[in-house]
Design a protein around this ligand. Structure first.
Ligand SMILES: Cc1ncc(C[n+]2csc(CCOP(=O)(O)OP(=O)(O)O)c2C)c(N)n1
Ligand SMILES: [Mg+2]
Length: 299
């Protein structure tokens, strides 16, 4: 079984590739991809029952990146996991490539839903979990559905229709994960040139109480603590018996891993310059990364 330090090293590698790929493309949603890196790596290398060689296996677990703008983070982890060659990351955001800025399920095997218009993933996840229980999972494999949500995204009303009905359908096979990184793209209220007050989109609201009140089981974790993420995902798996869907409320930091990207609204989207990339890679090397030249052709 993979160890926590091994997963942590993979997350550092994912952050390197996120930055290299954004640098190469000149674009990309760096902040939310880096806040989710530990969650994505733990899901894909430990939790999800998936086989990159058989992406349409009917018994597979389903993962929906509801905060679709963070496709960059997902692509990097899919490549590391073997869905496609890392060299293809060089095509990120190019016209006609399989790696569009937002994920396209018709192009890339392993993508379960085309996302990018925020707020829709939890509803689709409810449908997939319901479908599995109503017979799609005929072999009784216990296929589960996972949905990664953003905290800004959760301001979309459609999310709440899904949050309301999931417990009513007793979807114990559904795990939602909230990347609670404390930053959206815009402030609150929006409007002025400075895009408003950039506080936590949920400042002052008790999300744990709200979801619990709707009938979810809520497991709150440090979303950068691999052992805690693993424990929560493992516990969520057991809720198939209780009939309650689980929310893993992951407290994270947007842009996590590099001092100048961490918790700065500017790094919601953007590409590092040559100097910034070099500085970021040096920082990541200090936490066990392995900066090296790669297929993107960069030092
Ligand atoms: C329906 C919709 N409205 C607005 C946008 C533009 N948009 C893209 S990302 C984003 C902010 C999302 O914030 P959050 O969910 O917190 O993402 P993260 O911090 O994880 O990057 C917005 C408003 C969108 N993609 N879809
Ligand atoms: Mg956010």
């Amino acid at each position: 079984m993979i160890t926590d330090p091994e997963l942590a090293q993979l997350a550092t590698r994912a952050r390197e590739l996120i930055l290299r790929t954004a640098h190469h493309a000149g674009a990309g949603h760096v902040g939310g991809s880096m806040s989710a890196a530990d969650l994505l790596v733990t899901l894909y290398f430990d939790e999800l029952r998936i086989d990159p060689a058989r992406p349409r296996d009917p018994d597979r677990d389903r993962f929906i990146l509801s905060k679709g703008h963070c496709a960059l983070g997902l692509y990097v982890v899919l490549a590391m996991r073997g869905y496609f060659d890392e060299a293809e990351l060089a095509d990120f955001d190019k016209g006609g490539s399989r790696l569009q800025m937002h994920p396209d399920m018709t192009k890339l095997p392993g993508i379960e839903m085309s996302t990018g218009s925020l707020g829709q993933g939890l509803s689709a996840g409810v449908g997939m979990a319901l479908g599995a229980r109503m017979g799609g999972d005929a072999s009784g494999s216990g296929s589960r559905t996972y949905v990664l949500l953003g905290d800004g995204e959760l301001q979309e009303g459609m999310s709440w229709e899904a949050a309301h009905v999931a417990p009513r359908y007793r979807l114990g096979n559904l795990t939602a994960i909230l990347d609670h990184n404390g930053l959206q793209q815009y402030g609150w209220p929006p409007g002025d040139g400075d895009r408003g007050d950039r506080r936590d989109p949920w400042a002052g609201a008790d999300l744990r109480a709200v979801f619990t009140g709707l009938g979810w089981r809520v497991l709150e974790v440090d979303g950068h603590d691999i052992a805690a993420i693993r424990a929560a995902l493992a516990e969520a798996r057991t809720s198939g018996d209780t009939g309650r869907p689980t929310l893993v409320l992951a407290n994270t930091r947007k842009g996590r891993g590099v001092s100048f990207t961490e918790m700065t609204i500017k790094w919601h989207t953007g590409a590092p310059s040559d100097d910034q990339l070099a500085a970021a890679l040096a920082e990541l090397a200090g936490v066990g990364g392995t900066p090296r030249s790669n297929s993107l052709g960069e030092a």
